[in-house]
Design a protein around this ligand. Sequence first.
Ligand code: BES
Ligand code: ZN
Ligand code: ZN
Length: 505
Amino acid sequence: MKTDVKFETLKSLEAELLVVLAADASTSKDKNAAAEPALLTNDATVAGADKPALKSGEFSASTGETLLLHAPAELKARRLLIVGVGKAAKLSLPEIRKAAGVAVRFAKPRKIRQVTFVLPEHDGLDLAAAARAAVEGAFVGDFDPDTYKSDRKDRSIEQFTVVVPVSADKKSVEAAFREGVILGESQNFTRALVNEPGNRLTPTILGERAAAMCKEQGLPCEVYSTDKIKELKMGAFWAVAQGSDEPPALIVMRYEPKDADKEGPVLALVGKGITFDTGGISIKPADGMEKMKYDMAGGAAMIGAMRAIAQLKPKVRVIGIVCSAENMPSGKAYKPGDVAIAMSGKAIEVLNTDAEGRMVLADGLHYAKQLGATHLIDAATLTGACVVALGMVNAGVFANDEDSYEHFRKALAISGERFWRLPVEDEYREMIVSHIGDITNTGGSRYGGAITAAMFLKEFVDETPWLHLDIAGVAWVDDPKPWISKGPSGVAVRSIVEWARSYEG
Ligand code: BES
Ligand code: ZN
Ligand code: ZN
């Protein structure tokens, strides 16, 4: 998708599909009160073109709602698409992001390949942030997961243009827009990885993909396998990897800007890269198991984040680590009751081989510290319990450090992604004490499962500031929306990148 930003009035604009937003200006709290759809542009030519349509009562400007007009009078555009954004009083960047996705997803099946998106004019709206949100949303909408359809017709949008009111500050809008392009592309890069089935994305192939990305972006990258994992004494990672005929991959990507403060922080992004999770000997039920190809979404988010960081060039050092393996049952697989000695020396009693994500991350987090990380963030499709707690709307975030969390909270305000904080408290640690070794790999009960998983990881970070993102419920979209298809969401990429940028010194 090619992208462009223009500062123009709409009257003389040539466009295949001109997209204008509309909000419900009604302030009535009565749910049955009629909506008052109002265009979010002061451009008189558009207002003239669609007055009858807006007055018809057929369109209420609710989020995701669309209204199409052909050959609009007074405009050069071939079509005018009005996209609803809900209540005017609530207009926010996430609504603009969604509206751009809606416009793109409206165009795709209709074989319209060019979308011209008019930024709304609204009191207090930061036009630079809005331009960025719009192009991010367009990339989100442009992604479809149908890669393996034999009769696939690529209906990607060729050109997405954002039109900004001429009064805007050009420089800041253009800069924000460029950031949005980088983030949107990187999010879709992650989604393409997550979409791949287990037979076509083994740990080795994931390593190759990461290495290819790093080469393209000029980042140093090493991909290790069995020998190095054994040499480093990563007993927890290896416990999982040993059950598969596919060798594991330990991916290490580095971003080392010359202008970074040498005394400054070193951030490590650590991702769970289980390319398929059968559960191992504690095997999962067959129903829905196919979805476990997305169990590498945390790792893919880190690879996508490193791609964006390489292009955005913040002045801070970042290391990306992905622990990739397949979790399989076999004659060589680890078993319930086994004891694995992690790289840190801690003895882990395995109670359930399906709690494999925390095993590989235990060694990934410890290794990150050994490589000099001062701040850690991990992302993983870690627990079904997190899905039970938060559903498919919010992901979970855990923190052992208020300052790190504050950086993340600010990052969320920019990314628009939804994470809900869950507790990290000593009382939960009692649930993972082992009578034979140091800790068990599950809490033993279903209660608080997302938290006991986080407590397990905390054992391997000690005092280092650390954030843990449990994205199990939101990394895969089951119910498509007008702005996003079914399939991988690419969640966490944008937030992790913003978090990393916030340490720029
Ligand atoms: N990959 C799963 C978690 C998961 C569940 C991701 C649903 C996406 C959707 C993880 O490895 C797992 O199986 N966790 C177990 C832990 C349990 C055995 C303590 C779980 O959540 O059931
Ligand atoms: Zn599992
Ligand atoms: Zn898993």
